[in-house]
Design a protein around this ligand. Structure first.
Ligand code: 5GP
Length: 216
């Protein structure tokens, strides 16, 4: 009886340490968003001092390790992202996964040949629709793909990447997102399709006056 209760106590402690560790990791990112992020209007968060213009590589390392912890044991052998702002994070995360990164290129339609998978993505920040391509050489049925991106808003970028994975006949393991604006519809819609989406910081609401409020 004593052995059983010791075991249960140990497992419980291990779970607490694991959960607390994850909270701390996410806290680091949230603190940085609070400190250095600036809200523009009602729905744009600028994080260009550490995430998608100047890049804090030490923070990226922590983010990469956290994605690895969350998708441990899923057999990820390829990371897919979209140019340009997903590339830095994806490359650092790939060091933890020890796998290559493929980034989908935004392209002019006239350059598209039969050797690529192609889809269309409406850019949240620029309001334009891009043709997005990946060479057939770099994605195929043998791949177990983790999609990584800096933001999830309306879900167009993620759904475009999911379409490319689908065209390749590859297996989608899930998506790792650094910042999800949970008040926008992309995350809920994609999760409702049964896709595993892991977002490290989920924003409940934000405004120029009050800054950013997180989901948890
Ligand atoms: P979605 O396609 O989900 O609407 O938007 C995701 C893409 O738009 C990301 O790849 C990201 O580059 C960009 N994005 C969306 N919202 C924001 C934002 O608030 N700030 C910045 N800097 N980029 C964003």
């Amino acid at each position: 009886m004593r052995i059983v209760s010791d075991c249960v106590a140990r497992i419980f402690r291990a779970i607490v340490i694991f959960v607390e560790g994850r909270k701390r990791d996410m806290e680091l990112l949230k603190q940085r968003i609070r400190q250095d992020g600036t809200v523009r209007g009602t729905d744009v968060l600028k994080v260009d001092s550490f995430l998608n213009h100047q890049m804090d590589v030490a923070l990226f390392e922590e983010i990469g390790k956290e994605f690895k912890r969350r998708f441990e044991g899923c057999g990820v052998n390829k990371i897919l992202t979209i140019e340009a702002s997903g590339i830095g994070i994806a490359c650092v995360a790939a060091q933890s996964f020890r796998c290559p990164v493929v980034f989908a290129k935004k392209s002019q339609s006239k350059n598209i040949t039969g050797e690529v998978y192609a889809t269309k993505v409406e850019s949240f920040t620029h309001g334009k629709v891009y043709d997005v391509i990946v060479s057939k050489k770099f994605l195929g049925p043998e791949d177990k793909v983790l999609i990584i991106d800096d933001f999830l808003a309306n879900g167009a970028a993620l759904e475009g990447l999911m379409d490319l994975v689908n065209q390749a006949g590859a297996q989608l393991v899930g998506a790792g997102i650094v910042i999800e604006k949970a008040f926008q519809p992309g995350g809920d819609r994609i999760r409702a399709r049964g896709i595993r989406v892991e977002s490290l910081a989920r924003i409940k609401s934000m405004s120029e006056e009050n800054g950013v409020e997180f989901v948890d």
